[in-house]
Design a binder for this molecule. Structure first.
Ligand code: TRP
Length: 346
C-alpha cells in the first residue's frame, strides 16, 4: 500500500478576495485537476478563530466557492466544499490537539503576528489553528498542498504532526494492518510553494503585501471589481520614473516595477524574464495599458461569472453540499481508522 497522489488546499472566507488570492492560490489550483485528485475547501471553521458576523461569513463562504468555479475549478472533477459541513475535520483536529505540543503552536509566526501583544486574550482556536489545518490535509491523506509561502511553517507542522502520530501509534497501526510498508498511516505531505512571481504586492506600495485589510481600496484589485475599476487601478498604480529594464536583475531595488512585471507574468503564464524581453526599454505609458488590457481580459470574465453565481446562492449551496458528501465519505473512512488505531470503542 502507498499513498495515491491527492491535492488538498483551503481558502479562508474572510471577505473581499483579491488578485493576490487569485494569482497566489486559486489560479494555481486549476491545472492540478488534470493530473491529481483535487479537493478544495472553504475553511469557514478557520475563519471564526477571529470574530465573523454570521451573515458576512455566509456571504464570504459563497464568494470563495464562486471564485473557485469562475476560475475554472470544475465541481465534478474536483471536490469543492465548506469545512464545517464535514464534522470529521473538528474530530481529527481534537486528536491532533493531543498529539501536537503547545510549544509547537507558540512558535508559529502567523500566530505571533496575529496575536501581537494581546496573546492572552485571543481565542484558543487561534492558537490551535495549525492543528485544524493539519486535520484538513491529513483527513484526506493529501500528498501535496499548494499554498503561498506564508503557509510554509504550517505545512512543516502538519508534517511533524503526521510523523508523531505515525510514531506514537506505530504498534497499533501495525497490529491493525493500516500502515504502508514503512509503517506510515498518514503521509508526510509535500508543500507546493508558489514562486516569488505569485507574491502579489500592494499597488500603492511595492514593499507591502496586497491585503484585504489595507485601508486604501486603490491598493488591491478585488475579484469583484469590474473592467473599468481594474483598468483604473492599474493605471493609477504607484511606479518609479525609470523605464522597464531588459532583464530581471534590473528590477532589484524597484519593488513597484517588480510587482507590476510579476503580475503581468503571472496573468500570462510567462516568466518575468519573458515579459522584460518584450517590454524592456518601454516606459509606463506603454506597459500599464498593456497590463490593464491583460488583467481585464483574464479577470472581467471571471468577475461576470462570479456575479452570476452569487445571484443564485441555491446553486452554490448545492455544489457545496454535493462536495461535502463526497469529502465526507473519504473523511469518515480515515476517521474510522483513526478511532480504532487510538483505541476508541465504537
Ligand atoms: N491557513 C491557510 C491560509 O490562511 C488556509 C488553510 C486552512 C489551508 N486549511 C488549509 C491551506 C489546508 C492549505 C491546506 O491561507
Amino acid at each position: 500500500m502507498s499513498f495515491s497522489p491527492r491535492v488538498f488546499s483551503g481558502i479562508q472566507p474572510s471577505g473581499d478576495l483579491h488578485l493576490g488570492n487569485y494569482l497566489g492560490a486559486i489560479r494555481r489550483f486549476v491545472p492540478l485537476q488534470a493530473t491529481h485528485e483535487t479537493i478544495y475547501c472553504v475553511v469557514d471553521m478557520h475563519a471564526i478563530t477571529v470574530w465573523q458576523e454570521p451573515e458576512a461569513l455566509r456571504r464570504a463562504t459563497r464568494e470563495v466557492a464562486a471564485a473557485f468555479i469562475a476560475a475554472g475549478i470544475d465541481p465534478k472533477r474536483s471536490i469543492i466544499f465548506n469545512q464545517s459541513q464535514v464534522p470529521q475535520h473538528a474530530e481529527l483536529a481534537w486528536v491532533f490537539n493531543c498529539i501536537a505540543r503547545i510549544g509547537w503552536m507558540n512558535r508559529m509566526t502567523q500566530f505571533k503576528d496575529k496575536a501581537g501583544k494581546n496573546s492572552e486574550n485571543v481565542s484558543l482556536g487561534l492558537l490551535a489553528y495549525p492543528s485544524l489545518m493539519a486535520a484538513d490535509i491529513l483527513l484526506y491523506k493529501a500528498t501535496q498542498v499548494p499554498v503561498g509561502d506564508d503557509q510554509k511553517q504550517h505545512l512543516e507542522l502538519t508534517r511533524d504532526i503526521a510523523a508523531k502520530f505515525n510514531n506514537d501509534y506505530a504498534a497499533s497501526i501495525k497490529e491493525q494492518g493500516l500502515g504502508t510498508e514503512e509503517g506510515q498511516f498518514f503521509p508526510i505531505t509535500d508543500p507546493l510553494i508558489a514562486g516569488p512571481a505569485t507574491r502579489i504586492m500592494s499597488l500603492r506600495d511595492g514593499t507591502k503585501k496586497m491585503s484585504k485589510s489595507d485601508p486604501s481600496d486603490q491598493s488591491r484589485i478585488s475579484l469583484l471589481d469590474d473592467a473599468d475599476a481594474i483598468a483604473k487601478k492599474i493605471k493609477k498604480a504607484t511606479t518609479d520614473p525609470a523605464e522597464l529594464p531588459g532583464d530581471v536583475e534590473g528590477l532589484a531595488g524597484r519593488p513597484e516595477a517588480d510587482n507590476l512585471v510579476g503580475i503581468y507574468a503571472a496573468l500570462s503564464d510567462k516568466s518575468k524574464q519573458d515579459v522584460l524581453a518584450e517590454f524592456g526599454g518601454s516606459g509606463w505609458g506603454k506597459f500599464k495599458p498593456a497590463l490593464a488590457e491583460l488583467a481585464v481580459s483574464v479577470l472581467a470574465p471571471m468577475n461576470g461569472e462570479m456575479r452570476r453565481l452569487l445571484d443564485d446562492p441555491a446553486t452554490i449551496d448545492a455544489v457545496l453540499r454535493d462536495g461535502a458528501e463526497r469529502a465526507g465519505a473519504i473523511a469518515e473512512k480515515t476517521m474510522n481508522e483513526v478511532r480504532s488505531i487510538i483505541g476508541f470503542i465504537r
